[in-house]
Ligand binder design. Structure first.
Ligand code: BTN
Length: 247
């Protein structure tokens, strides 16, 4: 799956770089890793702190041969694969906040930003951007309460980033091939259900300017979050541009 790997010491954003490569024809699949990002980007237009040497800032460029509406599955695959990689390498127990945050003791250690370049029925390329706070020692005041790093969770023990990247690629490939070759997405969903901190909780669903309260029931086989609305109806939430908060 990963045919080529590019390493940078500093770059604006690995997602941005992947997009510029995605537009060319040279590589089908590649991994881009940077030691630092000067314009790291998060979901919903947020910025993503990407201090030099402190984390894994990487993007996987993929050209999957399936319909654009299946792209959200890639995010869930990545969350499962990264959660497993972190647990194997560090022994830290992780949880997944649907659809794409990995959380340790209630604080975020990893975020995923999937960006798609697609036509009606066809994905031109997909960029899977992953940020993991690995050896970060200090966070900015405004995110201190919400973010942590693997090292902080292990009494400042230094953690090997390359081992986590290798494990991630290995696990991700298994899930990806299972889906592409056998149309089997069940292992990803089962992992996400098992590790979810979203399920069986009251949540607030924020989409643009609208907010509503609901109860998170399940993750369906397509990777959507099934919620019960306050009027009693069930609804499938597609990951798109929504933010789900526990309340
Ligand atoms: C989020 O939780 O908001 C998603 C954060 C994604 C951050 C990663 S770091 C590597 C890649 N390049 C970026 O600019 N963003 C993603």
């Amino acid at each position: 799956l990963v045919q080529e790997c590019f390493f940078f010491d500093t770059i604006d954003s690995t997602n941005q770089k992947a997009k510029s490569i995605g537009n060319g024809l040279e590589f089908q699949q590649c991994l881009i890793v940077s030691n630092e990002q000067t314009k790291g980007r998060g979901r919903l237009g947020r910025q993503w702190d990407s201090e030099k040497g402190a984390g894994i800032w990487m993007s996987l460029l993929l050209k999957p041969d399936f319909a654009p509406d299946l792209a959200s599955r890639i995010t869930l695959m990545a969350a499962a694969a990264m959660s497993e990689a972190i647990e194997i390498e560090t022994g830290i127990e992780t949880a997944i906040k649907w659809p794409n945050d990995i959380v340790v003791n209630g604080k975020k250690v990893c975020g995923i930003l999937t960006e798609l370049n697609a036509e009606l029925n066809h994905i031109n390329y997909l960029v899977l951007g992953i940020g993991v706070n690995v050896n970060t020692r200090q966070f900015d005041a405004e995110i201190q309460e919400k973010a942590t790093s693997l090292s902080l969770e292990l009494n400042n023990q230094w953690i090997n980033r390359l081992n986590i990247i290798k494990l991630f690629v290995e696990k991700f490939e298994i899930y990806y091939n299972q889906f592409v070759n056998e149309n089997d997405f069940r292992p990803v969903i089962e992992y996400n259900r098992r590790k979810s901190i979203t399920l069986n909780k009251d949540v607030e669903i924020i989409s643009g300017n609208t907010r509503k309260k609901a109860f998170a029931l399940d993750i369906d086989m397509d990777g959507n979050l099934i919620v019960k609305n306050s009027d009693g109806s069930n609804e499938a939430i597609y990951y798109g541009e929504v933010s789900v908060r526990g309340i």
